[in-house]
Design a protein around this ligand. Structure first.
Ligand code: RVP
Length: 498
């Protein structure tokens, strides 16, 4: 071996982007990018598949803001699929498979379904799917709490003939019907009167409010979900496909391994999943990226050890500083035209542009999003300050079974065979991050920071940023100079914390 130490590894704090001649102002910058070979997004942000970061609420918020959320997999298959389903139903031009009820259900049962799916009413159908009426808040308002378990849907629902429309109605005509009849839900029926879909006025409001939302061809928000490669991983994948998932992320700590490559290959050859893109990871080298490309991955996730909660680099002594890892992986990915996702280690908005210039098309964020209102878990108060729990999926807490038959995240660290909790080797820690309020504000600052980067570099688009961006390596003194120094901060900045 000529040089046992190879090349030097650099990370975000080791580099800066050079300013260049610009004729772009930040508000003109176009931040759209590719998530996978087939899917694009208006902002290059993903939320991590972690049990303190992404469930349906975060995924909805991420997609509305032009990114995408990846539902974590430390859940039963059913619970994870339910999370996917909630996102797919949350906002859509047309709901293809609306939640329905029957005329002999009780108002109490309707209440339950409405709560579970966050909707305000349900179409009423017969056994063969024929639409017989609709029941909404308006119909149920005057049923007293004591009578809700005995009052039947047929007693209060609004019966046919209802205002309906044929499948395939265009959005403008639907809006005209809402306005003319002052209704909020428009069932779509076929020639035989069977319910085929539903359009709600609420979804049009949201479309106007979130013009950058990441949506599928039917106007539903896009969502991803993580799987492993061990045990019932295949069943999990197929259940997620049935629930309407857009991307499956084969989510492990070492993607260049037989089990991971094999399941990616199988998924890419499975006719049932032909419309679903597959992301593989994680890797941190050129050869690792090449292995995932050869297995058929539609995008590659890069990062071994950069995560804020990750201890892989100290427990195993393995990893590659993230900017170098992304650059190395890009040497394989660029030639194959497969997008890269830089996963973990981003601390500030400026790191996004650095990741993109290093070779990524998008970034995945854990700690920067774990403190938002939309992450799972409650607020924690410490000395009067607000925090939210955030833990690594390789932390003891996430790996332990605690009465469950299995921890679904164990195979992420290739420890599915470990017989007891005491024998686990953790590769992550558990902690807390400051509460940051709603995702909208945090995402706004992150994307705003990226727009500033694009302005400084003189790039109108992400591809231009990648082409024009040049790094300068900095020293510890340079890093010190970069942060506020020689001053005591007295006012909190919305996008800066030490
Ligand atoms: P960060 O954004 O720096 O908090 O990093 C988040 C990333 O860290 C995740 O997307 C995942 O790739 C990785 N991770 C999650 N759990 C662990 C661990 O326990 N080591 N690492």
């Amino acid at each position: 071996q000529a040089d046992p130490f190879g090349f030097i590894g650099l990370t975000y704090d080791d580099v800066m982007l050079l300013p260049g001649h610009t004729d772009v102002i930040p508000s003109e910058a176009d931040t759209s990018t590719r998530l996978t070979k087939r899917i694009s997004m208006a902002t290059p942000l993903l939320s991590s598949a972690m049990d303190t970061v992404t469930e349906s609420r975060m995924a909805v918020a991420m997609a509305r803001h032009g990114g995408i959320g990846i539902i974590h997999r430390n859940l039963s298959i059913e619970d994870q699929a339910t999370n996917v389903d909630k996102v797919k139903r949350s906002e859509s031009g047309m709901i293809t498979n609306p939640v329905t009820t029957t005329s002999d259900a009780t108002v109490e049962e309707v209440d339950l379904l409405c709560g579970q799916f966050r909707v305000s009413g349900l179409p009423v159908v017969e056994g063969d799917g024929k639409l017989v009426g609709i029941i909404t808040n308006r119909d149920m308002r005057f049923v007293s709490p004591f009578e809700r378990s005995t009052t039947l849907v047929r007693d209060v629902m609004t019966r046919m003939p209802l205002i309906t429309a044929p499948v395939g109605i265009d959005p403008d005509s639907a809006v005209a019907i809402f306005a003319e009849h002052k209704i909020e839900k428009l069932p779509l029926v076929d020639a035989d009167g069977r319910l085929r879909g539903l359009i709600t006025v609420k979804d049009f409001d949201k479309s106007e409010k979130y013009p950058n939302a990441t949506k599928d061809d039917e106007g539903r928000l896009r969502v991803g979900a993580a799987i492993g490669f061990f045990g019932d991983a295949w069943d999990r994948a197929m259940t997620l496909v049935d629930a309407g998932v857009d991307v499956i992320v084969v989510d492990t700590a070492n993607g260049d391994s037989a089990g991971v490559l094999d399941i990616i290959h199988r998924l890419k050859h499975e006719p049932r999943a032909s419309h679903v893109d597959v992301i593989g990871g994680n890797v941190a080298t050129r050869s690792g990226a090449q292995a995932l490309i050869d297995a058929g991955a539609d995008a590659i996730k890069v990062g071994v050890g950069p995560g804020s909660i990750c201890t892989t680099r100290v427990v195993a002594g393995v990893g590659v500083p993230q900017v170098t890892a992304v650059y190395e992986a890009s040497l394989a990915a660029r030639a194959a035209d497969v997008p890269l996702i830089a996963d973990g280690g981003l601390q500030y908005s400026g790191d996004i542009a650095k990741a993109l210039v290093a070779g990524a098309e998008s970034v995945m964020l854990g700690s920067l999003l774990a403190g938002t209102a939309e992450s799972p878990g409650d607020l924690v108060f410490v000395n009067g300050k607000q925090f939210k729990n955030y833990r690594g999926m390789g932390s003891l807490g996430a790996l332990q079974t605690r009465g469950k038959k299995t921890s679904y995240s164990r195979d992420r660290y290739f420890q599915a065979d470990v017989p007891s909790d005491e024998q686990l080797i953790a590769e992550g820690i558990e902690g807390q991050v400051p509460y940051r309020g709603p995702l909208s504000a945090v995402a706004y600052q992150l994307v705003g920071g990226l727009r500033q980067s694009m302005f400084y570099v003189g790039a109108r688009t992400i591809p231009e940023l990648k082409e024009r961006g040049r790094f300068v390596r900095i020293t510890a003194a340079g890093l010190k100079e970069s942060h506020p120094h020689d001053i005591q901060m007295v006012v909190e900045a919305p996008n800066y914390r030490r």
